[in-house]
Design a protein around this ligand. Sequence first.
Ligand code: ATP
Length: 284
Amino acid sequence: TFLQFTKETDPTYVNMESVIGEGEFGEVYRGSLRLPGKEKVVVAIKTLKSTYSESQWWNFLREATIMEQFSHPNIVQLQGVVTKQKPMMILTEFMENGALDAFLRENDEKFSCVQLVKMLQGIAAGMRYLSERNYVHRDLAARNILVTRNFLCKVSDFGLSRVLENDLEGTYETRGGKIPIRWTAPEAIANRTFTSASDVWSFGIVMWEVLSYGEKPYGDLTNLEVMKSIEDGYRLPPTVDCPPVLYDLMKNCWAGDRQRRPLFRQIQAELDHLLANPHFLRGV
Ligand code: ATP
């Protein structure tokens, strides 16, 4: 292809071990990467299936291009790409505990509030890094956060923004759960103004997901009902035993006027403050 990747990798150094998931573009594998003179690292391998469409091909390369530019402890790290041979691959650091939504559902009520806030602080730090580089994620949700063995949370999934843009042009429900209406700020749904402030709205939803151990935001409401109630000023209720300071922070993220939402820098500072003074996290 015309794209040059610093991390272009010879696939003979890649060993695919087992399928761990199904992604937008094809299967996701666990495997290892052994670059000459380097230590073997465990990686996740996203492959582009051989029946790819032009837009899938484009989005696949786009995700790799975006990821290559980032380096932060709370952003999933690109380890290599294979674009000069088929199947094409994106290799990233392997995250033992998988996606955050499933991880929390499997560990219902097993964490302290401080541990949950540490997860959120990591996500906020990663999002601050992205927002300060003028990168708008557009699909921030617990399912797109990955978790390490030590419960460190990292932002992933940089491939979908363009796809989502197209989806939002048409009807909101055509592709079932694929369109993140529940996570998306009203102005981004209404006129596609995706900004770091709309990512902050999504962060508020992620806070609610984390504190509820992976419940579905707005439960059984349909996407249309969600949009209507948001417009009418309705917001998600506090989660069980939610410390009021955390619910206040969520509600600030959901300000109808995006100028009034906090910046990721401020969210991170608030979470740091709460972790330094955990007595604020007690009491309902
Ligand atoms: P979708 O659009 O459905 O989210 P996708 O193409 O973005 O799909 P991912 O969600 O990134 O694909 O990957 C699918 C699944 O593979 C994830 O839910 C997760 O369980 C697993 N996975 C992806 N990347 C990693 C990783 N770096 N470490 C461990 N597991 C991973």
